[in-house]
Design a protein around this ligand. Structure first.
Ligand SMILES: Nc1ncnc2c1ncn2[C@@H]1O[C@H](COP(=O)(O)OP(=O)(O)O)[C@@H](O)[C@H]1O
Ligand SMILES: [Mg+2]
Length: 315
């Protein structure tokens, strides 16, 4: 653990963030500094890379003369093009290639952020997921709504409940067709998921290092079915059941993340997995349960640094 390892005192941790007012980003910075290590906020959009046959470096004013010992990712930020998002993930991969711990790993963040590929990983792990159809064909989308009766349409790469709508087969087909055509024009592809009848809440479980630390129910506003706190949902303490623990840990493992906020929903026959968030906010669970997940994440980060140093010392 970190207490037994003096080296963490001098460690320099890069904290990848975009919003300096964000609760989780600040909790990460505070908890790193509390242990006498250095925390360097890094906004990936401010990093430059220089590459030649003989050299490679990542630089900005903040990183000058800093050899990082680890990188902790709070938030990669919204990207306006494929080029900016891939450059950001390539930068994270370069940190990994320089042989320092990067939490969560860029691959696990990408796996989790992709609501199609993550569902494929969940399916391989035999985890319960709502039926989902991904298509660019209007006809297929209309047939799917007829079959599922109520569908939730989401962006494949979405977060914070943004861009999610509910459509029902009872709506006039012409209305459905024009709505779907509009979405197709905007997104090029539709992600249609059966609506899971639920008791008016979803569940966010926090997993760190294969342990479920706690959970909150998120109760949507009365005029919405979307539980995200950023959409006005209210966090309420939730007692973890064994089923919640197992599903949340398996889902986190399936995407390869070290820590995650896992969204579950209570269907009629049991729990369903909605998504794994590999850059989760720790604010809701702190408010509702008094659990500071960022402390446990920082513990894990220091354990990883110590493991690496031990390994190098024996090589
Ligand atoms: N299939 C579904 N059935 C019922 N409610 C859903 C379904 N999918 C999403 N929701 C509601 O919408 C919220 C956001 O969905 P989610 O898949 O977690 O996307 P995001 O990445 O935007 O958080 C969920 O937390 C839940 O409240
Ligand atoms: Mg979610």
């Amino acid at each position: 653990m970190h207490d037994q390892n003096q080296n963490v005192k001098d460690a320099k941790i890069g904290v990848v963030l975009t919003d300096s007012d964000d609760w989780t980003a600040n909790a990460f910075l505070k908890n790193i500094r509390k242990r006498d290590a250095k925390a360097l906020p890094i906004n990936l959009s401010t990093l430059s890379a220089s590459i030649s046959t003989s050299d490679f470096s990542i630089f900005n004013a903040n990183l000058k003369d800093s050899k990082l010992d680890a990188v902790l990712v709070r938030d990669v930020g919204i990207s306006f093009s494929l080029e900016t998002i891939s450059f950001k993930f390539d930068l994270l991969r370069q940190f990994e290639n320089s042989n320092i711990p990067v939490l969560n790993s860029p691959t696990s963040i990408q796996n989790a952020a992709n609501k199609f590929f993550s569902f494929y990983l969940f399916k391989l792990a035999h985890l319960p997921i709502p039926q989902t159809v991904i298509t660019s064909e209007l006809e297929v989308a209309l047939k799917t709504i007829e079959k599922f009766r109520i569908v939730v349409v989401k962006p494949i790469f979405g977060s914070q409940g943004k861009g999610i709508i509910k459509l029902e087969s009872s709506q006039p087909e012409s209305d459905l067709a024009s709505k779907l055509a509009e979405l197709l024009k905007e997104r090029g592809v539709l992600y249609l998921q059966e609506f899971v009848l639920n008791p008016g809440r979803d569940i966010r479980v926090f997993v760190v290092d294969e342990e479920a630390l706690g959970a909150i129910y998120r109760v949507p506003r009365s005029d919405s079915f979307i539980g995200n706190l950023s959409q006005g949902g209210t966090p309420v303490k939730c007692e973890l059941t064994e089923e919640m623990r197992e599903l949340a840990i398996s889902a986190t493992t399936a995407v390869g993340a070290d820590f995650a906020g896992v969204d579950l929903i209570e269907g009629e026959g049991g729990l369903f997995l909605l998504e794994v968030n590999a850059t989760p906010s720790g604010k809701g669970i702190k408010l509702a349960c008094g659990i500071d997940v960022t402390e446990r994440i920082i513990d894990l980060l220091f354990e990883r640094i110590a493991d690496k140093e031990r390994k190098e010392a024996t090589e």
